[in-house]
Design a protein around this ligand. Structure first.
Ligand code: NAP
Length: 291
């Protein structure tokens, strides 16, 4: 039986992958790394082999990955240091003799420095290149923007306010839930024939914020409108409201990316991988906003 290791297992995506793997295997042959192993005590109790590993500490990774056949590599969450972190993970996987790395990448159109989301994209571009050049067997899962980020961008109080205010124009996104990303990961880790393949992990429909407004109007039973200011107006309005410049920059960059069609890659590869219809955005938002 193949030995599988999950990284990012203390996080929202990795923990779902680990849960699904434990359901399938009873924990047998499953390992996970964590910077703080006490965060995974519940999984240890279920038979998962939990070991210390930090993307910043290559030696810890070599040790942790020893004897592992399949590595589920969750992209790091610290954008400022993950170029080096991802180099460490790929190098350690090679050194430890891992056979196959499944990497959680990112959908994008523009791969140049002119991309509005280049800050996010560059680690994914580098990691895909490193994996392809490494001689390791790989599978690249190009994740859509999570449906789960929509409430972060538009706010938990959007139904009360009745307005989505984002400088994203008519741009569309194939928003897909994080839980379907996890199912796709598990399908690849436990399935056959995914060697050296790249998959677009996205639902079959793209949505503009005007569509999101329509969905929310139905959920809330009263109108939600979508207003798309210019990037400058957006920045000025939010900064006058006291929002941190860093947040304005991040949301503004994603909005500009959406406007330019960076994440508009609907498709059926996800459905084929998981063997069921992915959760659509209306279903996801209804769970979030009907509470
Ligand atoms: P998350 O909940 O923030 O989880 C991130 C995971 O990475 C945590 O388990 C964290 O461990 C681990 N990690 C961070 N730095 C590490 C390090 N130096 N060494 C080892 N592990 C480290 O994020 P998520 O929602 O599960 O998403 C997974 C990844 O997808 C994110 O990291 C990000 O790259 C990307 N993402 C994509 C989208 C999208 O829309 N496509 C949205 C959000 C994030 P600790 O518990 O030790 O911090």
């Amino acid at each position: 039986m193949k030995k599988i290791m999950v990284t990012g297992a203390t996080g929202q995506l990795g923990s779902q992958v680990l849960n699904l793997l434990v359901e399938k295997t009873g924990g047998n042959g499953i390992s996970a790394i964590a910077r703080d192993v006490t965060k995974l005590t519940e999984f240890s109790a279920l038979g998962v082999n939990v070991v210390y590993g930090d993307y910043n500490d290559r030696n810890s990774l070599v040790k942790a990955f020893s004897g592992i056949d399949l590595l589920y590599f969750v992209s790091g969450s610290d954008v400022s240091s993950r170029l080096q972190q991802h180099e460490n993970v790929v190098a350690a996987a090679r050194e430890a003799g891992v056979k196959h790395v499944v990497y959680t990448s990112f959908q994008r159109r523009n791969e140049t420095e002119n991309s509005p989301v280049f800050l996010i994209a560059q680690a994914h571009l580098l990691t895909e290149k490193l994996l392809k050049e490494s001689g390791l067997t790989y599978t690249i899962l190009k994740h859509a923007l999570y449906s789960d980020v929509v409430p972060m961008f538009i706010g938990s109080d959007v139904l009360e306010k009745g307005i989505i205010y984002q400088p994203a124009g008519d741009g569309k996104v194939a928003f897909t839930s994080r839980s379907d990303m996890a199912k796709a990961g598990v399908a690849v880790l436990t399935g056959e024939g995914h060697e050296n393949k790249t998959y677009e992990i996205a639902g079959e429909k793209s949505y503009a914020y005007s569509d999101v407004a329509e969905i929310l109007s139905k959920i809330g039973g009263k109108p939600v409108v979508y207003v798309s200011p210019t990037a400058e107006e957006f920045s000025k309005t939010l900064s006058e409201a006291g929002v941190l410049a860093e947040i304005i920059g991040m949301v503004g960059a994603f909005s500009e990316g959406i406007k330019q069609g960076e994440f508009d890659f609907p498709g059926t590869e996800l459905e084929k991988l998981i063997g069921e219809k992915p959760e659509d955005l209306a279903g996801f938002l209804s769970k979030v906003y009907s509470k």
